[in-house]
Design a protein around this ligand. Structure first.
Ligand code: SF4
Length: 895
């Protein structure tokens, strides 16, 4: 493990201290100034939970009080290398928040009434476990569902659901990244890229990886490393993001036209013979492609190249300029940069254009075509399949695959979806006339985050549809307001998880651990059985909760479930997390036992001591080894996708350009339609969980509507005044921000704020929510803020110092679901009409008609090509799923 620059004294603040100083790190107490009072800390590594990057954190635990005083970066973490973004250190705000939930809560009034009483974990386990056991006993397995927003772990819960034998894993992927995943998976089997930014010469970002991307801090530091070495950067983004300001080129394409630009670049590379013919011939499925598109030809590679040139010849600079509404010379500028970089061309596309647009997955395919042409796949400075750089070790024993297929999660209308059709749940329950008996939401807030949140409210308040809603959350959320149980799960530094991410061309694992528990173990010298008691209040860690719940479901082992969580050293006892992780670290992480032995530690002690381990890297160009190729049906990078062709999308079987639902030709000028970009994040916020992080809230708390000056003048909008933004199912009322940082004809609004609660004292952090009234008429909802943010009393004096009052608008409520018929991705961009607010409108108003939302759902459903596909399958067997059912479950016709 590489040694960082050491912080040898409290006066050098550039990096955290070296591990050999972690047992007794001394700093002067700033609060005692001007007296020089020493504070002694034990530094304990853990992993940040505030986005999926899994950066290493170092908790500074005061040896006198046992309290965590601050978090810094863990200098020996191979992904983050001691650095964090603003959200990492703000973990301390979340830990110390006076508003956090500290005990299990059970609903006592009607659902949504805000009336809860304190309960014990035993009561929660008995009731929830009893319900699940009854559902399993009666064969109602599909009525138990776990719905996760931010997993923060790589295997524990999927393994548990597999042990339970249910197809009950639901996720947030289809409101996040399904589109890009589809495009990448169709090319190289892995559903995301792992760019080797540090060695790149040219970096093309259709993302915000320098400010908020996936994976923000680890990627940003490597992009800047490359820039320091002379790499050049281009950013394709309709909005002038922070990332764009670091780029050599900012290319503000019309939303959804990005594939046209990328194919225009491909055309120029091909037309000028600046491509890696050897790579294309060796590693693409050009033979299958030619057989499909030119069946009567001579089948030679030369003929394939000639066909490829013709195929993309229509994407001339002039065509691109018209489609994208950018200068025509942009195409050659990008082509020249990419050609000059050759194999050292890195890029990323994750949310941004892919998640906004109908057919966004074709943008990922067009982008990958450029990598294939330049041979910048799996080579230094290019993009790796993420599966090369992410490493997920598991316990030595694994339950057999599930033998069920849950159509509430995997409906037959979306056979190629990546992955679960999570955001359609209210519609699917109604359409399939089904119910959920136990519905877990876990770090998941669909009422606020998802499109069409009012349909979620209707679903959650209907006890015939959702029998018991259990919100597993460290913080109140809009969704938790309609929970029957609110169970306080540990924050990042209060739980165990194992994580690995594809942050660079390298492999590592990171070990999140509850720092209070580890502090106690180190101070007392004896093992600690459970995190209960080491965390604040009654806060428990999730893995231990799941193990305990599994034992309540299967108390005597008769269901064959609990054995997967039974101790091997103490038969008949639940497996402890020490035993669980020791098994993984002892047997399934190459190089770790040796490194631990060298340090005089067991592998588990090593991970508790350092928090991360750099797994020996298997290197790049892995497809060359034994002609391994890629995990696609052809074993090659797929220019032509037989899968798309066979599953009803033959017209899209090649990388192509699909006009988005918000393409400028699709807009009705007579109605004054514009495009709304609602997808951008604020770099210092974390969706729901930053609601109680006071530093972050002070930095970012509003989401004004970005409007170009020409549009503001045309529409009559005034900077700082209110606008009404009308969507297909309602409207919202934000403030206007007039800026040249947005393409004319397009408006933008961040989705990261606009939090609300319906009860004065419960159901939402006062620090980040407005108090709202919801006026209901049949299926319409009018949200009106009756109180913005005001200073308030708490045990934290800073809550009396709040100086801002507006906390944004929950625009996502006003969006209908718009699932892409191939990827299943919610197409976030909206056609809207923007106008000055009328006299009745107030800041933060939101109006929604859920009957209209249901109609839009049906309109988009009509575009799908449902299963069965070839062989009567529900889904191609080679496409990934987070939870793998047995092969026979893929058969639809055998039912
Ligand atoms: S990028 Fe920031 S929020 Fe994400 S894991 Fe790293 S420090 Fe935490």
């Amino acid at each position: 493990m590489g040694k960082p620059d050491a912080r040898r004294s409290p006066w050098n603040l550039s990096t955290a201290p070296d591990p050999e100083r972690w047992d007794d790190w001394v700093e002067l107490d700033a609060a005692a100034w001007p007296r020089r009072v020493e504070r002694h800390y034990r530094c304990i590594p853990t992993i940040c939970f505030n986005c999926e990057s899994a950066c290493g954190l170092l908790a500074f635990v005061d040896k006198e009080t046992g309290e965590v005083r601050k978090f810094e970066g863990n200098p020996v973490h191979p992904g983050s290398r001691g650095r964090t973004c603003a959200k990492g250190p703000a973990t301390i705000n979340q830990v110390q928040s006076p508003e956090r939930i500290l005990t299990p809560l059970r609903r006592v009034g009607p659902r949504g009434s805000g009336r809860y009483e304190k309960a014990t974990w035993d009561e929660a386990l008995d009731e929830i476990g009893g319900r699940i056991a009854a559902a399993f006993d009666e064969g109602r397995h599909d009525e138990v569902m776990y719905h996760v927003g931010r997993p923060g772990d790589d295997h524990f819960v999927p393994r548990m659901l597999t042990a339970w034998g249910i197809d009950g894993h639901n996720s947030h992927t289809n409101v996040c990244s399904a589109s890009a995943r589809t495009g990448y998976a169709l090319w190289f089997g892995a559903d995301r890229p792992s760019p080797d930014y540090a060695q790149a010469k040219f970096i093309l970002l259709l993302s915000a990886h320098l400010e908020t991307g996936h994976y923000f801090n680890p990627h940003a530091q490597r992009i800047i490393d490359a820039k320091s070495e002379g790499a050049r950067i281009a950013v394709i983004d309709t909005r002038l993001s922070n990332t764009s300001t670091h780029a050599d080129h900012w290319v503000p394409t019309w939303p959804g036209s990005e594939a046209a630009l990328l194919l225009g670049v491909a055309h120029r590379l091909l037309a000028t013979d600046r491509f890696d013919a050897e790579f294309v011939e060796r590693w693409t499925n050009w033979r299958e492609t030619l057989a499909a598109v030119d069946p009567g030809g001579d089948g030679t590679f030369e003929r394939f190249v000639a066909w490829l040139k013709r195929r993309y010849a229509e994407f001339t600079p002039e065509f691109v300029a018209e489609e994208c509404r950018i200068p025509a010379d942009t195409v050659d500028k990008l082509a020249d940069e990419i050609a000059a970089a050759g194999g050292r061309f890195a890029s990323h596309l994750w949310r941004n254009a892919a998640s906004g647009n109908l057919g966004g997955w074709q943008i990922a395919r067009a982008l990958m075509l450029l990598h294939v042409l330049t041979g910048s796949v799996g080579r230094p400075g290019g993009v790796n399949p993420n599966s090369w750089d992410k490493f997920v070790p598991k316990p030595s024993d694994s339950p057999p695959p599930i033998e069920r297929w849950n159509e509430l999660i995997w409906p037959r209308e979306y056979p190629l979806a990546h992955y679960e059709m999570s955001f359609l749940l209210p519609h699917l329950l109604r359409q399939q006339d089904k119910k959920l008996d136990v519905y877990f939401t876990r770090v998941y807030n669909p009422v606020w985050t998802n499109p069409d949140g009012c349909s979620w409210i209707e679903m959650l308040e209907d006890e015939e549809r959702v029998g018991c809603h259990v919100a597993l959350t460290p913080i109140w959320s809009e969704t938790a307001q309609w929970a029957d149980w609110v169970l306080p799960m540990g924050l990042g530094p209060e739980r165990h998880d194992l994580m690995s991410q594809e942050t660079h061309a390298g492999t590592w694992i990171g070990f999140r651990q509850p720092v209070g528990r580890e502090f106690r173990r180190l101070e007392t010298g004896s093992p600690v059985d459970t995190t209960l008691g080491s965390n604040p209040g009654e806060v428990w860690e999730e893995a231990e909760f799941w193990i305990a719940l599994t034992w309540r479901i299967d108390p005597d082992g008769a269901l064959g479930i609990r054995r997967w969580f039974e101790s091997k050293s103490k038969p008949g006892q639940p497996r402890s997390l020490d035993e669980y992780y020791a098994d993984i670290f002892d047997h399934n992480v190459p190089g770790l036992p040796e490194a631990a032995a060298e340090a005089g530690l067991t592998p588990l002690e090593y991970m508790r001591r350092y928090g991360a381990f750099e797994v020996p890297y298997a290197g790049q160009r892995r497809y060359e080894k034994d002609d391994a190729g890629f995990p696609t049906p052809s074993g090659r990078l797929e220019v032509f996708s037989q899968t798309l062709s066979e599953w009803g999308h033959a017209d899209q079987a090649l990388p192509g350009y699909l006009r988005s639902h918000v393409h400028w030709r699709e807009l009705d000028d007579r109605r004054g339609e514009m495009v709304l970009l609602p997808t951008f994040r604020l770099p210092t916020l974390i969706h729901t969980r930053s609601g109680n992080a006071k530093w972050l809230q002070e930095i970012s708390h509003t989401n004004p509507l970005w409007v170009h000056p020409a549009d503001a003048e045309r529409i009559g909008l005034v900077n700082g005044e209110l606008a009404r933004v009308r969507t297909a199912i309602g409207y919202f009322v934000p403030r206007v921000w007039v800026t040249e940082g947005i393409h004319p004809g397009v408006v933008a609004c961040s989705h990261h704020v606009g939090r609300w609660r319906i009860h004065r004292d419960d159901g939402g952090d006062k620090l980040s929510t407005s108090l709202v009234d919801i006026e209901r008429k049949e299926r319409s909802f009018l949200f009106r803020q009756k109180q913005g943010l005001t200073p308030f009393e708490s045990r934290d004096p800073d809550t009396r110092r709040v100086w801002w009052s507006e906390v944004g608008v929950n625009q996502n409520l006003t969006f209908p679901v718009q699932p892409d018929p191939v990827s299943g991705m919610h197409c976030w961009h909206q056609k809207v009409v923007v106008e000055p607010a009328d006299g009745e409108d107030r800041y933060g108003d939101v109006f929604v008609d859920t009957a209209a939302a249901e109609k839009v759902y049906r309109d988009w459903l009509a575009r799908t090509v449902p299963a069965p596909g070839p062989g009567g399958l529900r889904r191609p067997t080679w496409l990934n799923r987070p939870l793998h059912p047995a092969k026979q479950c893929y058969q639809l016709k055998n039912e």
